[in-house]
Design a binder for this molecule. Structure first.
Ligand code: AMP
Length: 552
């Protein structure tokens, strides 16, 4: 007999917190929240292995807020009670946003400050002087404040969280973290959240946790196939472009989509290529300034864009090309920026329906992080990987991991007949011819310049006028390639027989144009796909083959 799930209202939480949870539309806790929140409220130290998108932020944020609210009933003195360490600025922002949402009805009692951002240490001093209840930051930034005596935790700290602990290590914060521990009191409650329980994380566990409870909730690091469907299709370089163009243009890919490529240049190559067909897309990579990156993610989450082309490079793949393309602009950014940035990790892209690996990820870990951007919380998702002959070994590694991890999550071949889109090849080649190396280089430079300008604007003007943020779009055409207007439309005769009449070739318009339009609800296909994800449903099955055979 199935045991009843524990609900938020059965956890003894403050009404203000419950109200905020209800406003977020969370009908019940995720598995990690159900297990972690009661244990944390009992005062236990926790080590939780939780896959990305499992709701792990709230798993520690809810008890942190609850304990602060409870302690304020007896001690009213304002002091820093909780410290949340994160590996990246993006994650810092995200954690702060989630904390703000959860403290919407008690924001005076639980004040949160995110100091992971770019601002100067001295500029952040006044924020810390006000002694916020919760401080969110990267280890190096927190340590800088401790050393500058802007922050003191010796007497007040009650809770420490290390989020994405494995990344805190791989991003090189180990020493800072160790130094930081000298500034903490002897007794405090700790939470360690990590996607993997690596040796580094185990070592940190020894250092930080006292008699911890270890939660390894999911057998697999990705949801099973009832929630996340994973497909792969063999195709070489030219076919990758042909396929992505037709999948989008024929609306077989619909809804919010993240397309991953292997290098920064590839982002612009693909963006310029899609531009030729009137398909708008944003580019997200480590070269863009932090404000722009955050703004793109925020707008994507608000429904402004359907498509982001992203890299998840930890260091820029082609440094020579980068510095040549970006010149002084790039050099100013310095290395630290690259070290701290990785698109697919930890960042909460909301309501992503499809993840497409245009280039197959270089490691199994990267596959998990990329694909983990969809099917988050309890939502469904689809991942499709294009695999060239040079990438098949990597595909086998991923398949091995998936079947070893959980037989329920496997990678199936995407049954798509490339010959049905052969008629599009000529147009595809035509478009590819316009996307020259020179065009890509120019696009890359133009975008960085544009985004640096945006970034400045964002920092100054938009801080005072947050509503106007909507006016700034990041999916504008870059245009360094010659545009051939006829490519934007598809003549009826090119559409595969099975799809004729199933979609409107003119409906591929840019989303939410600078207005107050509301975003479309998640994943709803308007066409005759009847709410199903078209990518999942448009596949040639054995039945199709038999049908065709019997017809002939
Ligand atoms: P996280 O794993 O913390 O990055 O969370 C992934 C996503 O799940 C975020 O967009 C959260 O807002 C969402 N989420 C967290 N908890 C719940 C819940 N109990 N029910 C539905 N969605 C949730």
């Amino acid at each position: 007999m199935a045991t009843e799930r524990l609900q938020f209202h059965q956890m003894g939480l403050d009404d203000r917190l419950l109200k905020a949870v209800a406003d977020l539309g969370w009908s019940q806790p995720t598995l990690i929240q159900e297990k972690a929140i009661p244990l944390a409220l009992e005062g236990k130290d926790l080590l939780a292995r939780a896959r990305t998108g499992s709701g792990k932020t709230a798993a520690y944020a809810v008890p942190v807020i609850q304990r602060i609210l409870a302690s304020k009933q007896s001690v009213s003195e304002q002091d820093v009670r909780a410290l949340i360490l994160v590996p990246t600025k993006e994650l810092g922002r995200q954690v702060q946003t989630m904390m703000r949402q959860l403290t919407a009805y008690c924001s005076r009692d639980v004040r949160v400050a995110d100091i992971s951002g770019k601002a100067d240490v001295s500029a952040q001093r006044p924020i810390l002087m006000e002694k916020p209840d919760v401080v969110v930051g990267t280890p190096s930034r927190v340590l800088a404040h401790l050393n500058a005596r802007n922050l003191s935790l010796q007497t007040s700290l009650q809770m420490l969280v290390v989020d994405e602990a494995d990344l805190v290590f791989s991003f090189g914060f180990e020493d800072d973290l160790k130094n930081l521990l000298c500034h903490l009191p002897k007794i405090y409650q700790s939470f360690l959240m990590s996607a993997t329980l690596s040796d580094d994380v185990q070592a940190l566990k020894e250092l930080l946790l006292h008699n911890p409870v270890t939660l390894k909730l999911e057998g697999s690091q990705l949801p099973d196939s009832s929630q996340l469907q994973q497909f792969s299709i063999q195709c070489e370089e030219e076919d990758k472009f042909l396929l992505i163009y037709t999948l989008i243009k024929l609306q077989l890919v619909k809804g919010k989509t993240l397309i991953f490529v292997g290098a920064v240049d590839r982002c612009y190559r693909l963006k310029l290529f899609l531009e030729q067909f009137g398909i708008p897309a944003c580019v997200l990579n480590s070269e863009l300034p932090i404000q722009s990156r955050s703004h793109i993610i925020t707008q994507f989450n608000q429904g402004f864009y359907d498509c982001i082309i992203a890299t998840d490079e930890r260091t820029v793949a082609d440094p020579a090309a980068t510095s040549k393309a970006a010149g002084k602009i790039k050099n100013k950014g310095g290395k630290a920026k690259e070290k701290e940035y990785s698109v697919s990790r930890g960042v909460d892209f909301q309501d992503v329906v499809n993840v497409i690996n245009f280039d197959f990820p270089a490691t199994v870990e990267s596959y998990i992080h990329r694909v983990g951007r969809t099917a988050r919380a309890d939502k469904p998702g689809t991942a499709l990987s294009f695999v060239s002959h040079t990438e098949t070994a990597l595909l086998s590694e991923v398949e091995e991991m998936l079947t070893g991890d959980n037989a329920e999550s496997s990678l199936k071949p995407y049954q798509f007949k490339m010959e049905t889109i052969e008629g599009f090849r000529y147009r595809c080649r035509d478009a590819m011819r316009s996307v020259t190396k020179q065009a890509v280089r120019e696009a890359r430079l133009k975008e960085i310049k544009q985004e640096l300008l945006n970034s400045e604007k964002l920092k100054t003007y938009f801080e005072d006028n947050p509503r106007d943020l909507q006016l700034l779009r990041h999916d504008q055409d870059l245009h360094p390639a010659i545009i051939k207007p006829h490519l934007k439309n598809i003549p009826e005769y090119l559409i595969p027989e099975d799809l004729r009449g199933r979609f409107n070739p003119l409906s591929n318009k840019r989303r939410l144009k600078r207005t107050n339009q509301k975003p479309k609800p998640h994943g709803v296909a308007k066409s005759s796909f009847k709410g199903k994800n078209p990518l999942r449903s448009f596949q040639y099955t054995k039945r199709d083959r038999n049908k065709k055979q019997s017809r002939s």
